[in-house]
Design a protein around this ligand. Structure first.
Ligand code: AMP
Length: 597
């Protein structure tokens, strides 16, 4: 059985981990990093880069660098317009109804972009472990709706990964805690990342993690803090130089980079200098931006964002029916939890020092790997009692929302509803499924509609159809219907307003697999060339050091082989030719060594 990997697919960074001999281990990527920026870059000639290289090209090619795609996963374009200002690349409405990133003559959906990040993590894990990886556990924010979870699973499928389980990020952090501490505690997991915020109250024991309540905001994170600083810098520049840069993509990207750097610096220093030479030029010549920001001013600016997270903490405690004093430990997760003001406010809210024993960047991936280890049977099972964070319900007369499975219900959850007809001989009934807490159906997130068909003709109200709504352990919705009169059961496909059909997802997966195969050919060619190059260098070194000890006829044979090798490196891209040459040079080197010994 091949290894199941655990993935924290983050808004800003992603991390991949595995269980090795019973302990979690972070996968090191091809660049030697433990975290991989969730950034995909496209060059003008169609080349694609993922991770650090893509992040590095962000400020020179903002339009071709896609970041923070997680904010748009599984959301209709119309609902995402607020977030569009936070990214420096253009977004259009894709055919699927979501946001799409236009690159060349193609529009990439968030699923495809996320799949590129997942593919990179998968490949790193394969290189690291020397085996093919096909299965994964992926984490998502607790507040992800069914659509967003589905989009994440699709991204995995496109990347060639069978996503065995989707778990909530704070729940994953709690699993890491259980694995590490094995003690009874009530913990709060405060997770403030690049694009999302969650707070969860979890009861943990030796083999159990029970989520009591979770709250959060899917569109609140470090990027919002950066945006406040970008606005401040933009205003400053406009005031000093009378130049409006609000439409200058490259300038805005530079401001965003500088804002994030300043923010991070203020986590350790009390003041930071921002210096952006040649930000713009006008008839007076180049215009620069120079500013100093101290921690106090920064804290005043970001207080509304931090306040929002603290308010959510109080509400989560209320939902769990727990007093702050009853929380034993507060585990901090996510890069933005490093902001000193955040730590201070959370400490005040819970009235205790924070647990800093876990790496906030890695703890979620570690939890995902632990879940993977449990599924593999390598780790002792932990009973995970997670909850649904949004109520699931249907639209009823008057456009109202009738919740069926209330929020904070333990997963998996189920609810049966009897449905009937309203007119005589009605053959179909349409049901609109939603998630949310609002009274008016249209103010909640629509998961789509489904139609019960083949109802036996009869008087209005006489058919009795039992519709079973379920939310599985991955937080995903399933619907089945059973006609009590005819005894016929049907599984129900929800017709989603946005998203992709199974067929489209599979088509993309095959496309990626074909591309992978082509890339694999290139990678093999590079590996062969690298092998020949190092063999040539090694034989050249032997010749240099031991020329005098070798026979003349031997020498000319070696020199000829070296020449042939160099020529082949320059000209040949024939794999079998290079494989033969590599083997020939290997034999030659060992022959020369045997002559010398
Ligand atoms: P995550 O989604 O957990 O990877 O968190 C990424 C977010 O954390 C980004 O918005 C980063 O700018 C932010 N971040 C990372 N390190 C720091 C730091 N030292 N101080 C403040 N924010 C940070």
């Amino acid at each position: 059985m091949s290894t199941i990997i655990g993935i924290d697919l983050g808004t800003t960074n992603s991390v991949c981990a595995i269980i090795e001999r019973g302990e979690p281990r972070i996968i090191i990527n091809e660049e030697g990093g433990r975290t991989t920026p969730s950034v995909v870059g496209f060059s003008k000639n169609g080349e694609r880069f993922v991770g650090d290289i893509a992040k590095r090209q962000m400020h020179i090619n903002p339009e071709g660098t896609v970041h923070s795609i997680k904010r748009f996963m599984g959301r209709p374009y119309e609902d995402s317009t607020d977030d569009l200002r936070l990214v420096g690349y253009p977004l259009v409405k894709a055919q699927s109804g979501e946001c799409g990133v236009p690159i060349g003559d193609r529009v990439f959906t968030p699923r495809e972009i996320a799949a590129m990040v997942l593919q990179k993590l998968k490949r790193s894990a394969e290189d690291f472990l020397g085996e093919t990886i096909t299965e994964a556990v992926i984490t998502v924010p607790a507040y992800f709706t069914d659509r967003q979870r589905q989009a994440t699973r699709d991204a995995g499928t496109i990347a060639g990964l069978d996503v065995l389980r989707i778990i909530n990020e704070p729940t994953a952090a709690a699993l890491a805690y259980v694995h590490d501490r094995k003690q009874n505690s009530r913990i709060a997991v405060y997770d403030f990342g690049g694009g999302t915020f969650d707070i969860s109250i979890v009861e943990v024991g030796e083999n159990i993690a029970e989520v009591r309540a979770t709250r959060g905001n899917n569109a609140l994170g470090g990027a919002d803090v950066d945006q406040i600083l970008v606005e401040w810098l933009r205003g400053l520049f406009e005031k000093e130089q009378q130049i409006d840069v609000s439409k200058e993509r490259v300038v805005l990207q530079r401001l965003r980079d500088a804002a994030e750097r300043a923010k991070m610096e203020l986590s350790t220093s009390h003041s930071t200098d921002i210096h952006l030479p040649f930000l713009m030029a006008d008839h007076r010549g180049p215009r620069h931006l120079q500013a100093t920001l101290d921690r106090n001013t920064f804290e005043q600016m970001i207080a509304p964002v931090v306040d929002q997270t603290i308010r959510e903490c109080a509400l989560a405690l209320q939902d769990a029916g727990v007093h702050p004093n009853d929380v034993d430990e507060v585990v901090m997760v996510g890069g933005s939890s490093r902001i000193p003001m955040v730590q201070q406010r959370v400490e005040e809210a819970f009235g205790r020092p924070l647990n800093k024993g876990f790496n906030p960047d890695e703890v979620v991936a570690v939890g995902a790997a632990i879940q993977a280890g449990i599924l593999e049977g390598d780790l002792k099972s932990v009973t995970l009692l997670d909850v649904t964070n949004l109520s699931l319900g249907i639209e009823v007369t008057g456009g109202r929302f009738a919740p069926l499975i209330p929020k904070n219900s333990t997963l998996p959850a189920q609810k049966t509803q009897l449905v009937s007809t309203v007119v005589d001989n009605q053959r179909t009934v349409k049901i609109h499924v939603l998630q949310g807490e609002e009274e008016k159906a249209r103010n909640n997130v629509s998961l789509g509609q489904f139609e019960l068909t083949g109802i036996q003709p009869g008087r209005a109200g006489s058919p009795r159809i039992r519709v079973k709504f379920g939310i599985d352990a991955s937080g995903m919705v399933q619907v089945t219907a059973h006609d009590l009169r005819s005894g016929v059961s049907q599984s129900v496909e929800i017709d989603v307003p946005t998203g992709m059909s199974k067929f489209d997802v599979e088509r993309l997966r095959d496309e990626v697999a074909d591309q992978e195969q082509a890339d694999e050919g290139d990678r093999e060619l590079r590996r062969l060339r690298k092998g020949i190059e190092s063999r040539l260098v090694s034989i050249e070194a032997l010749l240099r050091d031991h020329r005098g000890e070798l026979h003349k006829s031997e020498l000319s044979g070696i020199e000829q082989a070296l020449k042939r090798g160099r020529m082949a490196l320059l000209k040949s891209s024939d794999r079998s030719n290079l494989t033969d040459l590599g083997a020939y040079l290997e034999r030659m080197e060992s022959h020369v060594r045997s002559q010398l010994s």
